[in-house]
Design a protein around this ligand. Structure first.
Ligand code: SF4
Length: 249
């Protein structure tokens, strides 16, 4: 019930915006491929659910607030691209056909889309180099500063290694940038190509797709549904209610 005596309509407006955003998100086509950006995640079974676009548990769809966080990431990426160009980098975010740089392998069943390729700029870098950007919170930003990319965010590191490998951009280190969404500070790291990481991730993709083809479910990442990874998984109920040797569909 609306209270016409209050000026604070945050809850009311938030619900309206959330509902509209969630409706819009529900109209987007499903992603029918294994994304290179997810291949560093620790649960192969979760990647299978994602690949099959299995219905998420009730109440586990991305809420409007999270959709806004994703939207912020896209805007921040555009700003960072503008700032890099302003700083003298020749950054391309689209190829000659006007499409995002990307690759597809395994008959299109594994794909990746890169934020951009830098083909020239200040002498202190070598070109061409892959560019990947993330908008992050303060906690992630501090961890990046302290431990660097590979140790603090292996999923991002895996994504970059795969892009470098499949886009043929492994000759020079990639440029990884992160913007702290709280104070807009910039973190930047040169990421030398990790051949072993790319190979392991590629082999993992083959293993996941093979299991999907055979309708076999890969082992769970944990022994209890209360494991941290499972608590954040949109298929937690589905996963833990399945029998020991289930078929996928
Ligand atoms: S609930 Fe846990 S084990 Fe099951 S798919 Fe999700 S992350 Fe993997």
């Amino acid at each position: 019930m609306l209270d016409f005596n209050t000026h604070d309509v945050s809850e009311h407006l938030g619900r309206l915006v959330d509902a509209a955003m969630e409706r819009e998100a529900a109209t987007l086509p499903p992603r029918a491929y294994l994304g290179a950006s997810s291949l560093g995640e620790d649960c192969g079974r979760r990647l299978q659910f994602q690949y099959f676009d299995a219905p998420k548990d009730i109440g586990r769809h991305f809420p409007g607030r999270l959709l806004r966080v994703f939207a912020r990431g896209h805007r921040v990426e555009d700003w960072m691209a503008d700032w890099l160009r302003l700083a003298g980098f020749d950054l391309r975010t689209r190829d000659d056909r006007g499409e995002q740089f990307g690759f597809a392998t395994a008959d299109g069943r594994m794909r990746g889309h890169a934020d951009g390729v830098i083909v020239g700029g200040p002498d202190s870098f070598h070109y061409p180099m892959l560019w990947e950007n993330k908008a992050v919170g303060t906690k992630t930003f501090r961890e990046l500063q302290k431990k660097r990319l590979a140790a603090s965010r292996p999923v991002y590191a895996t994504q970059i290694a795969l892009y470098q490998a499949y886009l043929g951009l492994h000759g020079h280190p990639a440029l990884f940038t992160a913007i702290c969404a709280d104070d807009m500070a910039i973190y930047a790291e040169r990421v030398v190509f990790d051949r072993g990481l790319a190979q392991r991730a590629s082999d993992r993709a083959v293993e996941i797709l093979r299991a999907c083809d055979a309708a076999e479910l890969l082992p769970r990442v944990a022994t209890t549904p209360t494991h941290q990874t499972c608590r954040q998984c949109p298929w937690q109920d589905r996963c833990w209610s399945l029998p020991l040797s289930p078929k996928l569909h």
